[in-house]
Design a protein. Structure first.
Length: 354
């Protein structure tokens, strides 16, 4: 079995971060989402992955290289513009050949893994096996309607009156039968080749399509609030580990990871939290749900339920909560006795000032 990982797309809901980095490289627990995805795929025993990349291909290639660091072999497959998930399958056909494959959206987090689903697919080998998850509002998703034995009877994309609450998450297992389906469909009203249409084509032409309900935690990390929620969830499963320096005037409680070269001085770290390598935390309080990236500085700051990316500096800020601070950013107080705020803010930023 091979893997096809989709890492194109513009990530408009995560601007301004995605003006300068692909959304799949935004860190969750100080590790890019895309690395979490590839580790899940590696756990299936899959060692060959094709990654669909768009205009941020160079950054993704710099982050992953040839895949050897993850124990995999990676092939990069360029897509000039996003034309649908089924279009990605078409582009990847030379790489996929006649192999079965798992297709995985590169911004989806399923920390409990999909090994059970892969085992079901291998045992029964239907033409396609989709992963579904119960949601409160199915109208925003592709929805699967199932028979009692788990066979898919119908797929509906974003139905206005859903007959099922089982949404398709971003993981699919396919045999080579999907290639004929993809070659047979036409673009949808939005001009894309929809994978839902391709799977429906299989159903309409006598193919076997099954569904596996995923009961674990699932999050599409497409919005800032989703990234923060997922970060909190992953941090809760951390094993405490301190490899950096903590002075005698600092306290640590809960699940906390301090990476090598990090220094905690006169500060309080309240887990679950992670402090990246080379960072300095001085006279500060880092609260639950917070990840500090590599080579950051926090001085005189209180920060909870937040993610601070590599190289950012924050000083003299007494209360930050549910914040995403970008790479190399500087956050600090205004001049003494100033009644004004001073902001240098990029496109599509979101700021709340008390």
């Amino acid at each position: 079995m091979k893997a096809l990982v989709l890492s194109g797309g513009s990530g408009t809901r995560l601007r301004p971060f995605t003006h300068s980095m692909p959304k799949q490289l935004i860190p969750i627990a100080n590790k890019p989402v895309l690395v979490h995805v590839l580790e899940n795929i590696r756990d299936l025993g899959v060692r060959e992955a094709g990654i669909i990349v768009g205009d941020r291909a160079q950054q993704i290639e710099q982050a992953l290289g040839d895949g050897s660091g993850l124990g995999m072999r990676i092939t990069y497959i360029p897509q000039e513009r996003p034309l649908g998930l089924a279009h990605c399958v078409s582009l990847a056909r030379p790489f996929l050949g006649r192999d079965d494959f798992v297709m995985y959206l590169g911004d989806n987090m399923l920390p409990d893994g999909v090994t059970d689903v892969a085992a079901e697919f291998t045992a029964r080998r239907p033409d396609a096996q989709v992963v579904v998850h119960k949601v409160s509002d199915p109208r925003a998703f592709g929805v699967a309607e199932l028979a009692a034995d788990g066979r898919v009877e119908r797929l509906v994309e974003k139905p206005q009156e859903p007959r099922s609450d089982l949404a398709m998450v971003g993981v699919y297992f396919f045999t080579p039968a999907i290639h004929r389906a993809v070659a047979s469909i036409r673009p949808s009203a939005r001009g894309e080749l929809e994978i839902t249409d391709a799977v429906q084509w299989l159903l309409s032409h006598g193919g076997e399509v099954r569904a596996s309900e995923y009961a674990g935690y699932w999050k599409d990390t497409g919005r800032a609030e989703d990234v923060l929620e997922c970060n909190q969830r992953i941090l809760e499963g951390l094993s405490p580990h301190v490899a950096g320096h903590i002075d005698r005037d600092s306290t640590i409680s809960g699940n906390v990871v301090i990476e090598p070269g990090a220094r905690v001085l006169m500060s309080r770290i309240e887990g679950p939290a992670m402090i990246g390598a080379g960072s300095v935390i001085e006279n500060s309080h880092v609260g639950p749900g917070t990840c500090i990236g590599r080579d950051c500085e926090l001085r005189g700051t209180r920060l909870t339920n937040s993610i601070v990316l590599e190289g950012a500096r924050i000083s003299g800020v007494p209360g930050l909560h549910s914040s995403l601070i970008g790479r190399g950013s500087q956050v600090g107080p205004s001049a003494p006795r100033s009644a004004h705020h001073r902001l240098v803010v990029g496109d599509d930023a979101w700021i709340e000032v008390a």
